[in-house]
Design a protein around this ligand. Structure first.
Ligand code: NAD
Ligand code: UD1
Length: 348
């Protein structure tokens, strides 16, 4: 059934603008939103994704969406989309996300992530569209002062990427303060992994993957010889880094829940979206071996600069406020990643 808002009690489904909807998290969220009855307009400049992903989203959902090839920094385009499409709310995924690159090209990150968000918010304000879900990150917390991180943990990101996320968060808090009509959900993702069970969409990074799960998947598929485990001398149970991995479909479901919460008029929120469980690099490698039935060649290597030893989420607030919690096991995350990886290799 189509979701309705306080102001829209008609049977007509609301239309959402999804920036960056062709990307990894955006595409899975589009599938979940279509299943929940929303109509979608996806705005993406495809700087880190393929238009074909949106065809695959349509194949999975059996529903059409409107794709707009464009940039969130293009105010005229945003004005046009917001006025022509009767947009009820926006989910803002578009941005750059590579931590290492953000230190090398900080201005690209401030321009895309911060200036892009300013332009989007100005266009939304002008169009009277004041419902927003924003992709933030656990990276805003920085060095853990206590674990698990709760939403009340101090915010002290340690790299330019993280600072762009905190700047947008601050801007959103100021906007909410200035105008109570805004309905804003700031979602702080932990480590999204996995793929849709169809194997049609997933994470396919360009070049050498920075992140653990795609790297392991490429080792399993024979595209990389072995995994470097960055550090085995951390103060963790097996000495390797510990993270909170969350299935991307659980994350997608969290967006639907957050949006519905805002549309009900239940108030703005800032929430951790994680599984609440930490897994070490070795545990992930072993779980992947079980999922793919192949050994993951690996060696220990020095710590990666800038890495934190361990962090995971307290996601109880999201459960309390949204009735949402991550349901998938690490095994499921590995099996779905592997299915997608095999599909990529068959296609190439
Ligand atoms: P992604 O790179 O797969 O998706 C981002 C999408 O935005 C891509 O399709 C890209 O082409 C598009 N895009 C980038 N700049 C744009 C612009 N100026 N205008 C229009 N489109 C633009 O990344 P993702 O993993 O799906 O991440 C989505 C969001 O979630 C990002 O904001 C990211 O910072 C945030 N996030 C991601 C993670 C993660 O581990 N994947 C963790 C925390 C937060
Ligand atoms: C990275 C980003 C973080 C972002 C998160 C989710 C950095 C410094 N931080 O964090 O901002 O929010 O991704 O996208 O890049 N590992 C290996 N070998 C590898 C790759 C990773 O041992 O080849 C280890 C890491 O040392 C870490 C764990 O695996 O202990 C997870 O790494 P990764 O997937 O890169 O995520 P984060 O470090 O959490």
């Amino acid at each position: 059934m189509a979701p309705t808002t306080e102001h829209d009690q008609s049977a007509r489904p609301s239309t959402l603008l999804i920036t960056g909807g062709a990307g990894y998290i955006g595409s899975h969220t589009c599938v979940a939103l279509q299943a929940a009855g929303y109509r979608l307009v996806v705005l993406d400049n495809f700087c880190n994704s393929q238009p074909e992903t949106l065809d695959r989203v349509e194949r999975i959902s059996g529903q059409r969406l409107t794709a707009v090839h464009g940039d969130v920094r293009d105010r005229a385009l945003l004005d046009r989309v917001l006025s022509e499409q009767a947009i009820a709310g926006v989910i803002h995924f578009a941005g750059l996300k590579a931590v290492g690159e953000s230190s090398e090209k900080p201005l690209d990150y401030y321009e895309n992530n911060v200036a892009g968000s300013v332009t989007l918010l100005q266009a939304m304000q002008a169009a009277g569209v004041k419902t927003l879900v924003f992709s933030s990150s656990a990276t805003v917390y920085g060095m853990p002062q206590f674990l698990p991180y709760t939403e009340a943990h101090p915010l002290a990101p340690v790299n330019p990427y993280g600072r762009t996320k905190l700047m947008v968060e601050d801007m959103l808090r100021d906007l909410q303060q200035a105008d109570a009509a805004w309905r804003i959900a700031i979602l702080r993702y932990f480590n999204p992994v996995g793929a849709h069970p169809s194997g049609l969409i997933g994470e396919d990074p360009q070049g050498i993957p920075n992140n653990l799960m795609p790297f392991i998947a490429q080792v399993a598929g024979g595209r990389r010889a072995f995994l470097n485990i960055w550090g085995n001398d951390y103060d963790t149970p097996d000495g390797t880094g510990v993270r909170d991995y969350i299935h991307v479909d659980d994350l997608a479901a969290g967006h639907v829940a957050a949006l519905q919460h805002l549309q009900r008029g239940a108030g703005s929120v800032t929430l951790n979206l994680g599984s609440g469980v930490g897994h070490s690099v070795l545990e992930v490698a072993q779980a992947f071996e079980a999922a793919c039935g192949r050994p993951i060649a690996r060696q220990f290597a020095p710590r990666r600069a800038g890495d934190l030893p361990a962090f995971w989420a307290d996601s109880s607030l999201a459960q309390q406020v949204l009735g949402w919690r991550a349901a998938s096991s690490l095994t499921q995350m590995c099996e779905d990643t592997w299915r997608f990886q095999r599909g990529l290799q068959t296609a190439s």
